[in-house]
Design a protein around this ligand. Structure first.
Ligand code: KG4
Ligand code: ZN
Length: 334
């Protein structure tokens, strides 16, 4: 049996990424070129700059991935690419590149949902058992997804305003930390010290939805009031209070969903899955409730193309290919 190799491309936001994965699980190449320096001085991703940077980088990153893998184009079985959601100009670069490769190398094309990619990043390192619940927390998404069987997704709860990562980045900005601020807040929150008391957004008792904008406003107004009194808050205290509030709600709702849906596993996914506070709390609560908790290694939590290849492999096995005229979809539904 010849191994199946998928070359996958991910350009939905500010990472240009290409990976080659063998049989859906073995990473043969995983190149991620971050544009952080390009956007850092603007305090967030500038869509036009992101697209231009993707155009500049995509060709050499494809070449680099092929070289890392030691494979030739004729060894590949398919080309996969993120179809959406994401920034339209950024997505288009990946989609056009993938179509060009599929056409030139006469390979099937597989369009992948970015969130399915984050979820199936777990497949690169773990064996999944259905039904399961996935907590997807990233810069653009905060969702609880019930996955009854492979590829069968149902969003049971989602954010009504900011995504968790977005809230992290906004608070970090208010604390004058570099972009993206999630990891900086996480580090501060791990330090010894007090926590600013902040509200928890539980919403309706039976809701699996999230909301982070009220928390964000509470932090910003506490910062302003303290500044006006001439007694600025210590960043560590703010970071710890903020992280405690976010993590408590995420963990509580995720565990409630696991129980209500009889899930066999809880899967953590997305950039905020790299958060140490979240990982520790989830690990403790899952251990106590006897629920297996799966999370990708840190390098596979944030945007990468190996996760896109992992999700594409499942579609390849089912013969779910895309035609050369499929379109990038900035608001694609899971
Ligand atoms: O999944 P991702 O790379 O991109 C999106 O699809 O959005 O997630 C990026 C987000 C950023 O908001 C970043 O601040 C956040 O993940 N993030 C973290 C941590 N590492 C990355 N947030 C909290 N704690 C972290 N350790
Ligand atoms: Zn992402």
């Amino acid at each position: 049996n010849k191994p199946l190799y998928i070359l996958a491309i991910e350009t939905s936001c500010d990472e240009t990424a290409v990976a080659i994965v063998e049989n859906g699980t073995t990473i043969r190449a995983n190149v991620v070129s971050s544009q952080i320096e390009v956007h850092q001085r603007f305090g967030g991703v500038v869509p036009e700059l992101a697209s231009r940077k993707h155009v500049e980088s995509i060709t050499w990153i494809i070449e680099e991935a092929l070289e890392q893998s030691g494979l030739e184009p004729h060894d590949l079985s398919a080309i996969a690419v993120t179809q959406g959601p994401g920034l339209i100009g950024a997505l288009l670069v990946g989609v056009v590149a993938a179509k060009a490769l599929a056409y030139a190398w006469e390979l099937p094309l597989i369009a992948v949902h970015h969130i399915a990619g984050h979820i199936y990043a777990n497949q690169l390192v773990h064996k999944l058992q259905y039904p399961l619940i996935s907590l997807v927390v990233s810069g653009g998404h905060t969702e609880l997804v019930y996955i009854e069987a492979e590829g069968v997704f149902r969003i049971i709860g989602q954010t009504r305003d900011d995504a968790a990562g977005e809230a992290y980045d906004k608070i970090a900005r208010a604390l004058k930390l570099p972009y993206p601020g999630g990891p900086y807040i996480d580090r501060l929150a791990q330090e010894e010290g007090a926590a600013l008391p902040l509200p928890r957004a539980w919403l309706e008792p039976d809701s699996y939805d999230f909301s982070f904008s009220g928390l964000k406003s509470a932090v910003l107004s506490a910062l302003n009031q303290a500044n006006m009194k001439g007694q600025p808050l210590v960043p560590q205290v703010v970071a710890k209070g903020f992280q405690d509030s976010v993590v408590e709600v995420l963990v509580e709702k995720a565990l409630r969903a696991v129980k209500a849906y009889g899930a066999k596993q809880l899967l953590l996914a997305g950039g905020v899955a790299a958060n140490q506070g979240l990982r520790q709390q989830l690990a403790a609560r899952c251990a106590a409730a006897n629920v297996p908790l799966l999370a990708p290694p840190l390098s596979l939590c944030t945007d990468n193309a190996a996760m896109i290849a992992a999700a594409a492999f499942l579609k390849l096995q089912r013969g779910q290919f895309s035609s050369l005229d499929f379109k990038a979809e900035p608001l694609l539904k899971l």
